[in-house]
Design a protein around this ligand. Sequence first.
Ligand SMILES: Cc1ncc(C[n+]2csc(CCOP(=O)(O)OP(=O)(O)O)c2C)c(N)n1
Ligand SMILES: [Mg+2]
Length: 342
Amino acid sequence: MAVPVPAESALSLLQLMLRMRRLEEEVIHFQRDHQGLIRGHVHVYIGQEAAGAAGCSVLRKEDRLFTTHRNHAHVLAKGGDAGRILAEIIGRADGLCKGRAGTFHVADPALGILHTSAIVGGCLPLAAGAAYAAKLQGSGQATVAFFGDGAMEEGVFYETLNIAQLWQLPMIFYMENNAVLPGERSGRGSPSSEHSAEALSDIPQAFGVLTQHVDGTDAEAVLELMQDLVARSRRGEGPFFVESRTSRWPGNYGSVPSLVGGDTDISWAWDWQSAPEVVRRWEELSDPIMLYARKLLDRGALTIDRLVELDGSVREEMGHAAEFALNSPLPDAAGALEYAYA
Ligand SMILES: Cc1ncc(C[n+]2csc(CCOP(=O)(O)OP(=O)(O)O)c2C)c(N)n1
Ligand SMILES: [Mg+2]
């Protein structure tokens, strides 16, 4: 059980999680309401916000972050500008990568986000490289790589884990297991139908890597764990492995994400029974934002009025960010080869 964080930090954490949720809802609006605006596939981070918000909020600007196809909200949590993230997702000139990266590779090296990649497992060796550099330079930078349970089926995961342990790299492997059923977020974890290991966390332990489990829907539990691991990484310790358990958001089952219960209604924090049936059980047991808001309301660290106001200002921010992105021009075709090298 995590120690409650001071009220002001708790509100900042909740606000960050809400910003992540509302950003991703704008992405789904783009996809749903403007045909062809997002070219190709898109994934969202809805349902995993506690992990990303708490995990990134303990990082400094110079610390390194690597992530996957569910990258948008991680980039926001590490300090990325919402308008420029959305502009990147739709390939516009004002995007963080000048429209060259699109949804799958949104990154911002100035914020320590050197690369993000939709190649499952693709960021792991790059993260190990960054951690190796930090070790050689004695820079005290922490490196965190977020990745999904699916990456543990990839050969590159094993090579990276092995090298990281052999070379004692100051790196955190943060594995987001989003295949967990509601109520199964503690204990040893259930076997994955896609993997021959009995529990995924047996694997890093077999390599001798210090391994922890955390309820990925519990923002304060993630915060407490990551504060410790990041501090140790800065002292040059590592590697560390975290299995963070969440239950898949119902809108993430189809081939494209869909707001199956509509946009998140903040009243579900105190009245989950009013949520549409398709998301009701998930809102009751598994939505990290609702769980945290409910906890803060129960603790007296938050009032309903304050929560509604907070959400209103976040929605306004993301509405402006979406407008900024939509008003940004496409990159100039004549510059298509800029920033490319061979
Ligand atoms: C190397 C590689 N193989 C296959 C894919 C296709 N693919 C995209 S997402 C995905 C599932 C990844 O599962 P997980 O890592 O658990 O992430 P989740 O989508 O559950 O967040 C797959 C197989 C890919 N992008 N890269
Ligand atoms: Mg997964």
